[in-house]
Unconditional design. Sequence first.
Length: 94
Amino acid sequence: MPADEVREWQRFLKATNDMLPCEKCRAHFSAFLKANPATALNTIPYSQVRVWIRSWFYTLHNEINRETGKPEYPSFGGSKDPLAQLQTFYRDWE
């Protein structure tokens, strides 16, 4: 089951890239996916998959906001590392 979920997340991210209707958005998403590959999911413990996915989307969203002149989401816990920020946030929240 955990390996299946990881594979499905990897497929989802690739499919999202293929489905984006805007050419500029598709190019940006593709570059982001190349720089932040979903294959990293294969290297982390299964217990961290949800945190990694949240961090990945959090980072993507903030990158888009920076490029479009919009405010970024606030950081969690003062860390520059989104994964560490989210781990702290969810640990404190749960």
